[in-house]
Design a protein around this ligand. Sequence first.
Ligand code: ATP
Length: 619
Amino acid sequence: MIAHPGSEVRVLVRSRPTANFAQELIEYLPDGQTVSVHQRKDSRKGVVNNQLSSWSFRLDGVLHDVSQEEVYGRVGRGVVLGALEGYNGTVMCFGQTGAGKTYTMTGATENYKQRGIIPRALQEVFHEVEQRSDHAFSVHLSFLEIYNETLVDLLASVRGCPGVGPGGMAVVEEAGGGVSVRGLSLHPVHSEEVALNLLFEGEMNRIIGAHALNKNSSRSHCILTVHIESRSHTLSDAKYVTSKLNLVDLAGSERLGKTGSEGQVLKEAMYINKSLSFLEQAILALADRRRDHVPFRQTKLTHALKDSLGGNCNTVLVANIYGEASQIEETLSTLRFASRMKCVQMDPVVNEHTDPVLQVRKLEKEIQLLKQELSIHNTLANRMGMSYDTLSETQVAEIQSQVRRYLEGSLDEINISLAYVLNRQQEQKVKAQLCQNYTLVEKAQSTAGSTAAKVSLCLMLGPVATKMVLLQTSCILESVNPVQRDREGREHDPQNQEPQGPQEPLRTEYKHTYVPLYNICPVYYMRYSMHRDNMSDLVFLHSSSPPPKAEAFEDFKAERGSEINRILKENKVVLLERRRNDETGSHGDRHRKGRPKMTSAAEDRFIRVNCTSDCIPNK
Ligand SMILES: Nc1ncnc2c1ncn2[C@@H]1O[C@H](COP(=O)(O)OP(=O)(O)OP(=O)(O)O)[C@@H](O)[C@H]1O
């Protein structure tokens, strides 16, 4: 059963069986929750009377004459199940010496039925771990003893235990308000059997002493902690929950006069009483909601229990009493502590964490999936070969090498593999680098018939830098070498020129070529032109914008329509010839019978109409 946030620590009272149970002084009311204590005034304190004083304590339950099994069911089970869900839990026994705390927590070793809360809790933990196959659990045990204000690792004797470091053991504060014990060994446990072995090993190491009230009196406080970590197989594997289940067997308070302790046992009793008194002070502060400060650090016991007493912890206290008339003052004292503890508020929450390593792995997987999805989108949008990875050092070196060789003239054509794709970001980087070295003027340009915004980059660069820009936009370029022609239009190879007489200046022609930059998103068409005066224009147009008609027609005539253009020119020559003939023979009408004379403009139109085919763009 998990406590609701804001509810109080659960407190139950358990009385040790005794033949001399003080029925007239201790009364358990039928509601099963209330204990009434009646006490005679002490005649030794002066005034003799038989007046009774009564106190009533309403707790969460009374465990009187009940089996160990029932005690576990009512005290331990809920806390253990909560710990498996990720809630911290504490089960603690408090009471005078000989009242049955160790019996409640550990039980009697000679009889299996009399095993206490700790072995039953360990059994339940491993039973649940087996049942909950949808989770992966990891369980560790630690066993701390606080003896005479000294921290002792009760499992230090276990084989393979690393031992306490040079700093010794100490209670240390953790981020988030928790505490842990530095130097305390943690033991991985995979089965109930291993856990019980560790419990018994620790119990053997515990310090016990004998006095009048208990021949096996615990002389120390002990905290067995079950550390549980659970990861779901079905939900996100980066998320996991942890919990600490503290099973606390406190040493009992004792009246030195009654126990007759001497020597070492007396010294121990003083430490025990002192630490229990600090515990009471801490509980008093915790129970008082107006108090800001809780004195946890006054003693090792309260410091070690700082995150186990209410707060983010599902806490249950068993107040053990020794129900004989001679112990009535101790019983009263224990019940007062119990009722204070009952005022301590709890706000248990699941301790959920995110594993940073697994989280990174998960995000990397997610990125991979998103990349695949993007790649599918790009394929569907006819944008093949897009890459969003940054260029490796080798790729950058290769590009730089090609650029250098191209600029030096030792490389005719840039052939950068399309794997070296520049994305928008990289494009911007290239542009920024260029801006550092050259004057870059950017201007908006609108083209008729296109609704999309067009960007025109007018680079005031020499041809070398222009080539570099072309290269860095990563397109496959057609030859950008200018063609040199003489006055007759004959092409001249500058590499292979024979020495001639007085040189006639050559005319340089630059082709306008549309180059699709497949690897830049969105797809651009780039027109580049290089002029005699070394001024270069680079125009990046969205694919939705065709080139201007006039230019497209010129290109068409120079390339695919060159044959038609040739015929057209021939026809024009023939027609002009005919017109001249007509004009010279205007005296006679033999060749133009029935046909009206054409004007020069009409002839042009005629030629155009005749030469227009489906493959010629309209001019
Ligand atoms: N509910 C019980 N049923 C049977 N025997 C009990 C019960 N409670 C206590 N005893 C017996 O009483 C004796 C003292 O109990 P126990 O050692 O558990 O007391 P304690 O509170 O732990 O004392 P101390 O603080 O001195 O360690 C033991 O012999 C134990 O077996």
